[in-house]
Ligand binder design. Structure first.
Ligand SMILES: [Zn+2]
Length: 342
Protein backbone atom coordinates (compact mmCIF):
# COMPACT_ATOMS: atom_id res chain seq x y z
CA UNK A 1 0.00 0.00 0.00
CA UNK A 2 1.18 3.50 -0.81
CA UNK A 3 0.25 6.16 1.73
CA UNK A 4 0.78 9.81 0.83
CA UNK A 5 1.13 11.59 4.18
CA UNK A 6 0.69 15.11 2.83
CA UNK A 7 -2.33 16.30 0.85
CA UNK A 8 -4.62 19.31 1.19
CA UNK A 9 -8.12 19.98 -0.07
CA UNK A 10 -6.98 22.75 -2.39
CA UNK A 11 -9.86 22.13 -4.77
CA UNK A 12 -12.77 22.51 -2.33
CA UNK A 13 -16.10 23.72 -3.77
CA UNK A 14 -16.42 27.49 -4.00
CA UNK A 15 -19.03 27.68 -1.23
CA UNK A 16 -16.25 27.22 1.31
CA UNK A 17 -14.39 30.30 0.09
CA UNK A 18 -17.67 32.25 -0.14
CA UNK A 19 -18.19 31.61 3.57
CA UNK A 20 -14.62 32.67 4.29
CA UNK A 21 -15.07 35.86 2.25
CA UNK A 22 -18.21 36.69 4.23
CA UNK A 23 -16.32 36.14 7.48
CA UNK A 24 -13.51 38.44 6.38
CA UNK A 25 -15.91 41.12 5.09
CA UNK A 26 -17.78 40.85 8.39
CA UNK A 27 -14.69 41.86 10.32
CA UNK A 28 -15.21 45.37 8.97
CA UNK A 29 -18.99 45.38 9.34
CA UNK A 30 -20.31 46.23 12.82
CA UNK A 31 -23.66 44.62 12.01
CA UNK A 32 -22.14 41.23 11.11
CA UNK A 33 -22.81 38.48 13.62
CA UNK A 34 -20.15 35.74 13.43
CA UNK A 35 -21.75 32.35 12.91
CA UNK A 36 -20.60 28.84 12.08
CA UNK A 37 -20.79 27.93 8.40
CA UNK A 38 -23.85 26.24 7.00
CA UNK A 39 -22.44 25.12 3.69
CA UNK A 40 -24.87 23.95 1.04
CA UNK A 41 -22.46 21.65 -0.78
CA UNK A 42 -23.80 18.46 -2.35
CA UNK A 43 -21.98 15.15 -2.34
CA UNK A 44 -21.77 15.42 -6.11
CA UNK A 45 -20.00 18.77 -5.85
CA UNK A 46 -17.45 17.20 -3.52
CA UNK A 47 -16.99 14.26 -5.88
CA UNK A 48 -16.54 16.62 -8.81
CA UNK A 49 -13.93 18.64 -6.94
CA UNK A 50 -11.80 15.54 -6.42
CA UNK A 51 -12.39 13.29 -9.41
CA UNK A 52 -10.41 15.44 -11.81
CA UNK A 53 -7.76 16.39 -9.31
CA UNK A 54 -6.52 14.38 -6.31
CA UNK A 55 -8.33 11.16 -7.24
CA UNK A 56 -7.21 11.30 -10.86
CA UNK A 57 -3.62 11.85 -9.75
CA UNK A 58 -3.78 9.05 -7.17
CA UNK A 59 -4.83 6.67 -9.93
CA UNK A 60 -2.34 7.99 -12.46
CA UNK A 61 0.59 7.84 -10.05
CA UNK A 62 -0.34 4.57 -8.40
CA UNK A 63 -0.80 5.82 -4.86
CA UNK A 64 -3.54 4.45 -2.65
CA UNK A 65 -4.49 6.70 0.21
CA UNK A 66 -3.80 10.33 1.08
CA UNK A 67 -3.66 11.76 4.58
CA UNK A 68 -5.81 14.76 3.81
CA UNK A 69 -6.20 18.12 5.52
CA UNK A 70 -7.69 21.53 4.77
CA UNK A 71 -5.77 23.87 2.47
CA UNK A 72 -2.83 24.98 4.58
CA UNK A 73 -2.28 28.41 3.09
CA UNK A 74 -5.95 29.20 3.71
CA UNK A 75 -5.81 28.44 7.45
CA UNK A 76 -4.65 32.07 7.82
CA UNK A 77 -4.82 32.07 11.59
CA UNK A 78 -3.83 35.73 11.61
CA UNK A 79 -7.18 36.84 10.20
CA UNK A 80 -9.83 37.99 12.67
CA UNK A 81 -10.04 36.67 16.19
CA UNK A 82 -10.42 33.37 18.01
CA UNK A 83 -14.08 33.05 17.01
CA UNK A 84 -13.27 33.73 13.35
CA UNK A 85 -10.63 31.05 13.44
CA UNK A 86 -12.82 28.53 15.27
CA UNK A 87 -15.74 28.85 12.85
CA UNK A 88 -13.45 28.70 9.82
CA UNK A 89 -11.58 25.71 11.15
CA UNK A 90 -14.72 23.77 11.94
CA UNK A 91 -16.05 24.42 8.44
CA UNK A 92 -12.80 23.22 6.85
CA UNK A 93 -12.55 20.14 9.07
CA UNK A 94 -16.18 19.17 8.53
CA UNK A 95 -15.61 19.29 4.79
CA UNK A 96 -12.56 17.03 5.10
CA UNK A 97 -14.76 14.63 7.08
CA UNK A 98 -17.27 14.57 4.24
CA UNK A 99 -14.48 13.78 1.76
CA UNK A 100 -13.23 10.93 3.94
CA UNK A 101 -16.77 9.59 4.37
CA UNK A 102 -17.39 9.63 0.61
CA UNK A 103 -14.00 8.09 -0.19
CA UNK A 104 -12.90 6.07 2.86
CA UNK A 105 -10.44 4.09 0.75
CA UNK A 106 -8.71 7.17 -0.64
CA UNK A 107 -8.58 9.77 2.11
CA UNK A 108 -7.94 9.84 5.84
CA UNK A 109 -8.46 13.08 7.70
CA UNK A 110 -6.01 15.37 9.43
CA UNK A 111 -7.38 18.54 11.00
CA UNK A 112 -6.61 22.19 10.95
CA UNK A 113 -6.48 23.74 14.43
CA UNK A 114 -8.37 26.92 15.40
CA UNK A 115 -5.25 28.78 16.41
CA UNK A 116 -5.10 32.54 16.75
CA UNK A 117 -2.22 34.89 17.60
CA UNK A 118 -1.97 35.47 21.34
CA UNK A 119 -4.49 32.74 22.16
CA UNK A 120 -3.23 29.83 24.28
CA UNK A 121 -2.70 26.68 22.17
CA UNK A 122 -4.74 24.68 24.69
CA UNK A 123 -7.80 26.40 23.22
CA UNK A 124 -7.27 24.21 20.14
CA UNK A 125 -7.48 21.00 22.15
CA UNK A 126 -11.28 20.78 21.94
CA UNK A 127 -11.34 20.88 18.14
CA UNK A 128 -8.50 18.36 18.00
CA UNK A 129 -10.46 16.02 20.26
CA UNK A 130 -13.66 16.47 18.22
CA UNK A 131 -11.82 15.69 15.00
CA UNK A 132 -10.05 12.63 16.37
CA UNK A 133 -12.82 11.12 18.47
CA UNK A 134 -15.90 12.06 16.41
CA UNK A 135 -14.59 12.52 12.87
CA UNK A 136 -11.92 9.79 13.19
CA UNK A 137 -9.04 11.97 12.04
CA UNK A 138 -5.53 10.67 12.62
CA UNK A 139 -3.50 13.85 13.23
CA UNK A 140 -3.39 17.62 13.02
CA UNK A 141 -1.52 20.43 11.34
CA UNK A 142 0.11 22.69 13.91
CA UNK A 143 1.02 26.23 12.91
CA UNK A 144 4.15 27.36 14.79
CA UNK A 145 3.48 30.96 13.71
CA UNK A 146 -0.23 31.85 13.84
CA UNK A 147 0.72 35.49 13.13
CA UNK A 148 1.47 34.59 9.50
CA UNK A 149 5.10 35.67 9.30
CA UNK A 150 5.73 37.85 12.35
CA UNK A 151 6.93 34.98 14.57
CA UNK A 152 5.69 36.44 17.83
CA UNK A 153 4.58 33.22 19.52
CA UNK A 154 6.92 31.36 21.87
CA UNK A 155 8.99 28.59 20.24
CA UNK A 156 7.35 25.18 19.84
CA UNK A 157 9.49 23.94 22.70
CA UNK A 158 8.08 26.50 25.16
CA UNK A 159 5.68 25.38 27.88
CA UNK A 160 3.13 27.64 26.17
CA UNK A 161 2.42 24.69 23.84
CA UNK A 162 2.53 21.90 26.43
CA UNK A 163 -1.21 21.63 27.20
CA UNK A 164 -1.90 20.99 23.50
CA UNK A 165 0.90 18.42 23.39
CA UNK A 166 -0.70 16.68 26.37
CA UNK A 167 -3.87 16.30 24.33
CA UNK A 168 -1.90 15.03 21.30
CA UNK A 169 -0.20 12.43 23.49
CA UNK A 170 -3.48 11.42 25.10
CA UNK A 171 -5.07 10.94 21.66
CA UNK A 172 -1.88 9.40 20.25
CA UNK A 173 -1.85 11.66 17.20
CA UNK A 174 1.09 13.46 15.57
CA UNK A 175 1.22 17.00 14.23
CA UNK A 176 2.62 18.12 10.95
CA UNK A 177 4.38 21.43 11.62
CA UNK A 178 2.72 23.57 8.97
CA UNK A 179 2.56 27.33 8.69
CA UNK A 180 -0.07 29.08 6.63
CA UNK A 181 -0.18 32.15 4.42
CA UNK A 182 2.46 34.77 5.01
CA UNK A 183 1.23 38.30 5.58
CA UNK A 184 4.84 39.50 5.64
CA UNK A 185 5.89 40.51 2.10
CA UNK A 186 9.45 39.45 2.83
CA UNK A 187 8.37 35.83 2.90
CA UNK A 188 6.67 34.22 -0.07
CA UNK A 189 4.19 31.76 1.43
CA UNK A 190 5.20 28.47 -0.15
CA UNK A 191 8.69 29.38 -1.35
CA UNK A 192 10.07 31.00 1.80
CA UNK A 193 7.69 31.02 4.78
CA UNK A 194 7.01 27.27 4.57
CA UNK A 195 10.66 26.33 4.21
CA UNK A 196 11.74 28.80 6.91
CA UNK A 197 9.21 27.32 9.31
CA UNK A 198 10.33 23.75 8.64
CA UNK A 199 13.94 24.68 9.30
CA UNK A 200 13.04 26.79 12.33
CA UNK A 201 11.01 24.03 13.97
CA UNK A 202 13.88 21.56 13.65
CA UNK A 203 16.33 23.99 15.24
CA UNK A 204 13.89 24.65 18.08
CA UNK A 205 13.58 20.93 18.75
CA UNK A 206 17.36 20.57 18.66
CA UNK A 207 17.90 23.11 21.44
CA UNK A 208 15.34 21.77 23.91
CA UNK A 209 14.47 18.79 26.05
CA UNK A 210 10.91 18.72 24.75
CA UNK A 211 11.10 15.01 23.94
CA UNK A 212 12.31 14.19 27.42
CA UNK A 213 9.10 15.77 28.67
CA UNK A 214 7.03 14.09 25.94
CA UNK A 215 8.79 10.90 24.84
CA UNK A 216 5.91 9.82 22.58
CA UNK A 217 5.15 13.19 20.98
CA UNK A 218 5.64 13.06 17.21
CA UNK A 219 6.05 15.77 14.57
CA UNK A 220 6.33 15.56 10.82
CA UNK A 221 8.38 18.37 9.34
CA UNK A 222 7.06 18.74 5.80
CA UNK A 223 8.65 19.88 2.56
CA UNK A 224 11.52 17.48 3.07
CA UNK A 225 12.46 19.17 6.35
CA UNK A 226 13.13 22.56 4.78
CA UNK A 227 16.84 23.31 4.70
CA UNK A 228 17.67 20.72 7.34
CA UNK A 229 18.80 17.71 5.30
CA UNK A 230 21.03 19.86 3.09
CA UNK A 231 22.66 21.32 6.21
CA UNK A 232 22.69 18.12 8.27
CA UNK A 233 26.34 18.64 9.16
CA UNK A 234 25.56 22.12 10.46
CA UNK A 235 22.87 20.75 12.75
CA UNK A 236 25.02 17.86 13.96
CA UNK A 237 27.83 20.32 14.63
CA UNK A 238 25.58 22.82 16.38
CA UNK A 239 24.22 20.08 18.62
CA UNK A 240 27.77 18.99 19.41
CA UNK A 241 28.93 22.54 20.22
CA UNK A 242 25.91 23.04 22.44
CA UNK A 243 26.73 19.82 24.32
CA UNK A 244 23.48 18.32 23.11
CA UNK A 245 23.18 14.59 22.46
CA UNK A 246 23.64 13.31 18.87
CA UNK A 247 20.62 14.07 16.67
CA UNK A 248 19.62 10.40 16.52
CA UNK A 249 19.28 10.27 20.26
CA UNK A 250 17.98 13.81 20.69
CA UNK A 251 15.07 13.88 18.30
CA UNK A 252 14.93 11.18 15.65
CA UNK A 253 12.55 9.13 17.77
CA UNK A 254 10.07 11.99 17.51
CA UNK A 255 10.73 14.01 14.36
CA UNK A 256 10.01 12.82 10.83
CA UNK A 257 10.32 14.31 7.35
CA UNK A 258 8.19 13.95 4.25
CA UNK A 259 9.38 13.69 0.64
CA UNK A 260 7.88 16.92 -0.71
CA UNK A 261 11.13 17.90 -2.39
CA UNK A 262 10.39 18.33 -6.04
CA UNK A 263 13.46 16.94 -7.78
CA UNK A 264 15.44 13.73 -7.77
CA UNK A 265 18.75 15.07 -6.37
CA UNK A 266 16.85 16.51 -3.39
CA UNK A 267 15.27 13.14 -2.61
CA UNK A 268 18.62 11.41 -3.05
CA UNK A 269 20.19 13.77 -0.54
CA UNK A 270 17.28 13.45 1.91
CA UNK A 271 17.60 9.69 1.99
CA UNK A 272 21.37 9.80 2.13
CA UNK A 273 21.46 11.88 5.31
CA UNK A 274 18.20 11.19 7.14
CA UNK A 275 17.60 7.60 8.32
CA UNK A 276 14.95 5.85 6.23
CA UNK A 277 12.98 5.22 9.41
CA UNK A 278 12.38 8.99 9.63
CA UNK A 279 11.07 9.64 6.12
CA UNK A 280 7.44 9.34 5.03
CA UNK A 281 6.30 9.44 1.44
CA UNK A 282 4.38 12.64 0.73
CA UNK A 283 3.60 14.69 -2.36
CA UNK A 284 1.47 17.65 -1.21
CA UNK A 285 -0.54 17.35 -4.37
CA UNK A 286 -2.46 19.31 -5.54
CA UNK A 287 -0.43 22.02 -3.89
CA UNK A 288 2.22 24.64 -4.11
CA UNK A 289 3.93 23.48 -7.29
CA UNK A 290 1.50 22.31 -9.93
CA UNK A 291 3.47 22.44 -13.14
CA UNK A 292 5.36 19.96 -15.28
CA UNK A 293 9.14 19.95 -15.22
CA UNK A 294 10.23 20.48 -18.86
CA UNK A 295 13.42 18.53 -18.14
CA UNK A 296 11.56 15.37 -17.23
CA UNK A 297 8.13 15.90 -18.76
CA UNK A 298 6.63 14.93 -15.38
CA UNK A 299 4.87 16.84 -12.64
CA UNK A 300 7.30 18.29 -10.10
CA UNK A 301 5.05 17.05 -7.28
CA UNK A 302 4.95 13.45 -8.55
CA UNK A 303 7.38 12.54 -5.78
CA UNK A 304 6.76 8.81 -6.10
CA UNK A 305 8.72 8.87 -9.35
CA UNK A 306 11.83 10.07 -7.55
CA UNK A 307 11.60 7.29 -4.99
CA UNK A 308 10.91 4.75 -7.73
CA UNK A 309 14.11 5.90 -9.47
CA UNK A 310 16.27 5.05 -6.44
CA UNK A 311 17.82 1.63 -5.83
CA UNK A 312 15.90 1.08 -2.60
CA UNK A 313 15.56 -2.29 -0.93
CA UNK A 314 12.06 -3.75 -0.64
CA UNK A 315 12.24 -3.24 3.12
CA UNK A 316 13.11 0.44 2.77
CA UNK A 317 10.39 1.01 0.20
CA UNK A 318 7.86 -0.59 2.54
CA UNK A 319 8.92 1.79 5.31
CA UNK A 320 8.80 4.89 3.12
CA UNK A 321 5.46 4.15 1.50
CA UNK A 322 3.58 2.50 4.34
CA UNK A 323 5.33 1.36 7.50
CA UNK A 324 6.58 4.72 8.73
CA UNK A 325 3.16 6.33 8.21
CA UNK A 326 1.51 3.57 10.23
CA UNK A 327 4.09 4.08 12.97
CA UNK A 328 3.75 7.88 13.09
CA UNK A 329 -0.05 7.87 12.73
CA UNK A 330 -1.10 4.87 14.88
CA UNK A 331 -4.80 5.58 14.32
CA UNK A 332 -4.36 5.02 10.60
CA UNK A 333 -4.31 1.24 10.92
CA UNK A 334 -7.86 0.90 12.24
CA UNK A 335 -9.10 3.39 9.68
CA UNK A 336 -7.59 1.47 6.79
CA UNK A 337 -8.89 -1.82 8.17
CA UNK A 338 -12.40 -0.36 8.35
CA UNK A 339 -12.06 0.75 4.73
CA UNK A 340 -10.99 -2.74 3.69
CA UNK A 341 -7.44 -1.61 2.95
CA UNK A 342 -5.49 -3.47 5.65
ZN1 LIG B 1 1.21 21.25 3.03
Amino acid sequence: MIIDCHGHYTTAPKELQTYRDSQIAGLKDPSYVPAPAKLAISDDAIRESLENAQLKLQRARGTDVTIFSPRASAMAHHIGNETTSRHWTQACNDLIHRVCTLYPQNFVGVCQLPQSPGVPPVNSAGELERCVRELKFVGCNLNPDPSGGLWNSPPLTDRHWYPLYEKMVELDVPAMVHVSASCNPNFHTTGAHYINADTTAFMQFLTSDLFKDFPTLRFIIPHGGGAVPFHWGRYRGLAQDMKRPPLEELLLGNVFFDTCVYHLPGIELLLKVVPVDNVLFGSEMVGAVRGIDPRTGQYYDDTKRYLDALPLSAADRAKLFEGNALKVYPRLKAHLAAAGRA
